[in-house]
Structures are given as structure tokens and as C-alpha cells.
Design a protein around this ligand. Sequence first.
Ligand code: FMN
Length: 435
Amino acid sequence: MPLKPTKRGPVGPPAHSSGRQEILTPDGKVIESVPKKTRGRQGLFGRIRDAKADSSPATSAGTKAKKAAKGLDPDLDAVDPNSPWHIDERRFPRYEPIASQLRFCLKYAVLAPSSHNSQPWKFHVDASGGEGVAGCVEVFADRTRAIPVADPHDRELAISVGCAIGHLTAALRHYKLAERVAVMPDAKRHDLLAHVFAEPGAGETNVRDALLFAGMLKRRTVRHAFENRPVPERLANELIEIAKTHGVDCAMVAGARPRQMLGKLVAEADEVQLASRSFRRELALWMHHNRSKAHDGIPGYAMGMNELMSLVAPLVVRTFDVGHGRAAQDEQLVEHSPLLLILGTKDDSQASWVRTGMALSHILLRAAAEGVGASYLNQPIEVDALRPRVAKVMAGIEHAQIVLRMGFGPPVAHTPRRPVDEVLMQAELPKPKRK
Ligand SMILES: Cc1cc2nc3c(=O)[nH]c(=O)nc-3n(C[C@H](O)[C@H](O)[C@H](O)COP(=O)(O)O)c2cc1C
């Protein structure tokens, strides 16, 4: 059925016609079934709905407690055993060589968020060692997975790889492997974004590390409207401190005026981006239906779509300019977000993008540990002409890199991932020849 955009209102196919709305994993497993009657509205990019209405946990508290008492991860068997999200942390190969330990920690690195779930990373494990170092993971950008229209400078690509580095260091610390990261270690190798060095047994795990790791399997992007309940100020301040430890600025968007400015900018960017056919085509390529077997991209359920919507949405996005509807939705989301953060850096180099990603990973993990979800309002940063205006929303931001909205939302299924084997390089890339 062709969709007719309304004037500055949400657009999209009709709601599911059965009595209940189901949210499915890529294998068609129902993770959530909620009554069709919600107080929210239906939009092409999912429902803006009352988060509280859907916040019933997938597993009952009693069952979870019993599993935890037996020493089992209560959430583990809710996950498809073949999914990269199914990790039993007790299987860490503590008595095996460093190469095996690093490969195990990479299972967590691949769970990192990435722009369009493009997962633009590759890793090489080097166990040759050196002074004070037992092993090293070389982290590369995989530019074959670039998103050239939305991200023409590969900025978000580098941030995404930074997220994988952040996840990796959080896992290394959890397993008491002392870690040190060298960002852009070789000026001649533009795609080598970091060396992550590790030393077994030398690390200490503190409360902060424990809280990062606790968020690892809980974190996912929550695109729904958040509950009308504030994010604790203590946590918000901690997130800002986490960014600082990575050399990244983080400003809380406080006050009606900055919030309004940001809302208008996001809406303006939505209209610019979605008016572009090439942008829409690119976006549609990364949108998948709910039963897709793809290991990357964004399934419809992650955007709150039922099966039918997830089938038609890529076609709709490719064909129609839905910018008006999206702009109106996003402006509302900004207005009602319990917490809005802008991450920024002093310069706009690839090294700063990688550090932004590391900060982003740790912010998201820390928040997830406390049940706080996040999603992105990066649109005005992605439009070159609007980007400088994002920095003007809050003092202390020079080069805006990421805009996050955060709060308490409903449970959302994980999106797919490429397993470690798919992103592990067997041999190091050839070094560039000297002239
Ligand atoms: C640098 C970066 C930019 C992103 N930009 C957006 C965005 O503009 N809109 C959005 O809905 N999600 C955005 N995301 C979230 C990804 O789509 C999401 O991480 C990915 O689909 C994987 O899903 P997950 O986070 O639930 O694991 C971004 C993520 C990263 C790391």
C-alpha cells in the first residue's frame, strides 16, 4: 500500500492487525509480545510509544533469581546459542596462551555499536610480545564497510571502531589483563587505528571496570521514547567524567532554550538528509526485515517495527521523502528526552574520532549497567552545513561528534553481529613499501 506522508506528522504502514504486537529476533523468535493497544503513535522509524507500557521483562524475576542462584547467567539462555551475543564469561581461557585470551576478549569487541550496524572493523592478534607486553591486538578500519553518503569523511566509521576498542579494553580489564591503547600508532598506516597491548595477571579490576563489563550484554540502542523518569544526576555526572578520561568533552544539554535549539537542528537535518535520494538509498540498503539472516545492518524490530512494516520499510524509505514525519518525531524525542549529551573534541582528527568511540563505548556500557538506554541524534552532525551549529548549543563543545538521548526504555532485542572469525585477520596486512 503506498504511504502518504501527512503534513509534519508521522507516516508509516498501519499497525499490526492481530490483537498483539510481536517483537522478533532475526530467527523469528518472539522476545516480546505486547497488546496492540498502546498509547503511542506509529511512525516509519518505529513507534513513539509509552515506554512504561512495554517494560515487562522477558524473563520472570523468579526464574532469573533461581538461575543466578545456580551460578548461571539468567539472561544467557534467552539468547540464541549461535548468536555472537551468547557468551559464557566463565569460559575465558585463563590457562591458555595470550593469543587465545585476546581472541576470547574480541567476542566482546564485536558487540560494540556501529553506525548502521556496519561493523567496520578488523583485528589481528599478535602474540609475539615485547617489553612489559605479552600480546597485542591491532585494530583496523574496514573501509569496504563505509557509508559514503551519510558519513563521507569516515568520521563515524572511526568512532565505531573506537567503540569496538572501548568494548575490548572493558573486557581485558574484566579478565585482569592490564591494557594500554596506542591510538594511530603508525602515521604511515592510516587504517591501523590502534594497538591494544595486554599483560596477563597484572591488571586490577575496580568497581568502575566491573560496572562497564556489567553493561556488556545489556547494552543496545533504544529508539523508543523513554519513560518520564529522570536519569540520576549522579550517573549523568559519572558519564561526563568517563568521557574526560578519554580526552573527550561531554556536555549535558540543560535548559529549555538549548533543548529547543537542538530539536530544531535535528529536525532540519532530517529534512535535508531524507530529501536526498542517495541518502535514502544508502539507508535502505542497511535496513533489514525482521527475519533476515544478515550479520549486519538494522533489522526492523530494532526500530520498533513489526514483521510487515520491516518488509516494506526499506522500499518506502528508498522511494518517498519521509523527512517531514521524521523531523516531527525527532523534535518530540528531543523535547521529552530525560538526558541529552553532546560529545565533542578539541580537534577533528581521526585520532579524536577513535577516542570519541572509546568514550562512547564506556558511557553506553556504564549507563546500560544501570538500566539506562541510549540512542542517537547525530543527524545535524552528519550534515556539514549544520555541524558547526551543534557546537553552539552548549558551551565547551568545539567539534561536535555524537549526540545521545538517554533514559529508561523498554526491552529491545539485540541486533545481529559478525562473529569474531569473520573479522579476524590471519596475517598482518603488508606494511607499505618505503619509497
Ligand atoms: C558512530 C555511531 C553513529 C550512530 N548513529 C545512529 C543514528 O544516527 N541513528 C540511529 O538510530 N542509530 C545510530 N547508531 C546506532 C547503531 O545503528 C547501532 O549501534 C547498531 O544498529 C547496532 O545496534 P545496537 O546498538 O542495538 O547493538 C549509531 C552508532 C554509532 C556507533
